[in-house]
Design a protein around this ligand. Structure first.
Ligand code: ATP
Ligand code: MG
Length: 338
């Protein structure tokens, strides 16, 4: 698959992953890129941002094959194969494969197949299951000739997220400015490296197997997981904390990112403002967030009719510039031109 897959990842929860993907997806689409969004968080918050509850309930109740990410992979838990994804066209150039609370049930299947995929034989089924998210992404992007695939996941280091990361070309890391985020960042780099190397072992094992010749059309993801940088969130800062405390944590991020994620030795202090790996500092959008959620739009598309007047109108324009800059920066890191 040549369409790049970008995942926002941090095992620390509530750092703004879902909100960022939602806004970036709209921004890429408004820049005339065709976007597929895959909601791989069983909490399905991203799906709830795009679709109203009646629509989601109808999709979940009908349980049609391929209607959610879980309905695409569910046949693999029996004797079947991956179902064709049914995408929701939520706006021009913007397509969603809905999330599903039932997806958490797939965690056990993925865990069970992880050791099986290192055996000497009967490898096709385990490798098919472990790469199933990537196979679905490929089918979805082929369907609409997507330019980019954006993926949202939950905040943990479980088997679902491991399979998503194996399917991921590029990883962006949203962070808050606090001890917990910094600690999460310290775990993240080693986790990505471990997953990458364990997946490589499975690719090699598959390559050496007899079944490899029996399935010439079976493609597998390469498990690139290339870090494109981090984003620092201001909204996760407690308002009752002094500015000094915020600055203290923020200024430690560039060094921890280099040491943990890039495995670079840090000699000089690098300030966040000067750090090329800092993709953006995301502002606290305050009341614009509920306003945007109510109107089911990104912040930067709010109008005076939606209530964005006065200072809000200026903030909307600023958000548009900020997200455009961010989309361009990410696109450049991923090697495609807007
Ligand atoms: N820039 C922002 N300004 C103000 N509030 C924000 C901003 N970004 C996100 N939020 C709010 O912060 C909360 C957490 O955001 P979000 O759900 O995007 O985080 P997440 O990392 O996806 O969380 P989880 O780990 O639970 O999946 C939400 O209530 C969201 O509306
Ligand atoms: Mg989320």
């Amino acid at each position: 698959m040549s369409t790049p897959v970008l995942t926002f990842f941090n095992n620390k929860g509530g750092v703004g992953k879902t909100s960022l993907i939602y806004h970036l997806a709209w921004m890429f689409a408004s820049l005339r890129k065709r976007v597929v969004i895959i909601d791989l968080d069983p909490q399905a918050n991203l799906t709830a941002a795009f679709l109203d509850e009646d629509k989601i309930e109808a999709i979940w109740n009908q349980q049609n094959e391929g209607s959610t990410i879980y309905q695409c992979v569910k046949p693999l838990t029996g004797v079947g194969d991956i179902a064709e994804p049914v995408l929701q066209n939520v706006a021009t150039d913007l397509y969603l494969l809905p999330g599903d609370v039932s997806l958490s049930g797939y965690e056990d299947t993925l865990s069970a197949e992880w050791p099986n995929s290192m055996g000497d034989n009967n490898l096709y089924r385990p490798m098919r299951i472990l790469s199933s998210f990537w196979q679905v992404m490929k089918m979805a992007s082929d369907k609409i000739q997507a330019d980019i695939i954006l993926v949202d996941i939950g905040p943990n280091l479980g088997a679902i997220n491991r399979s998503v990361l194996v399917a991921t070309d590029y990883v962006a890391i949203p962070l808050g400015a606090d001890l917990f985020s910094l600690q999460g960042l310290k775990n993240l780099g080693p986790t990505l490296r471990t997953w990458k190397s364990l997946w490589q072992k499975r690719l090699d094992n598959w390559g050496d197997s007899a079944e490899n010749n029996a399935y010439p059309d079976f493609n597998l993801p390469q498990g690139q997981m290339k870090p494109v940088g981090y984003l620092c969130q201001q909204h996760s800062v407690r308002l009752d904390r002094p500015v000094k405390a915020y600055d203290k944590w923020v200024q430690r991020i560039p060094a921890v990112y280099r040491e943990s994620v890039l495995r670079e030795e840090v000699v000089d202090q690098i300030r966040l403002e000067d750090d090329p790996y800092c993709l953006a500092t995301i502002k606290h959008y305050r009341s614009l967030i509920p306003m945007a959620q109510e109107h089911r739009k990104p912040i930067f598309n709010l109008t005076s009719a939606d209530g964005a007047i006065g200072a809000h109108a200026n903030a909307v324009q600023d958000a548009k510039k900020d997200f455009k800059r961010l989309a361009e920066k990410i696109a450049a890191k991923m090697g495609f031109i807007i």
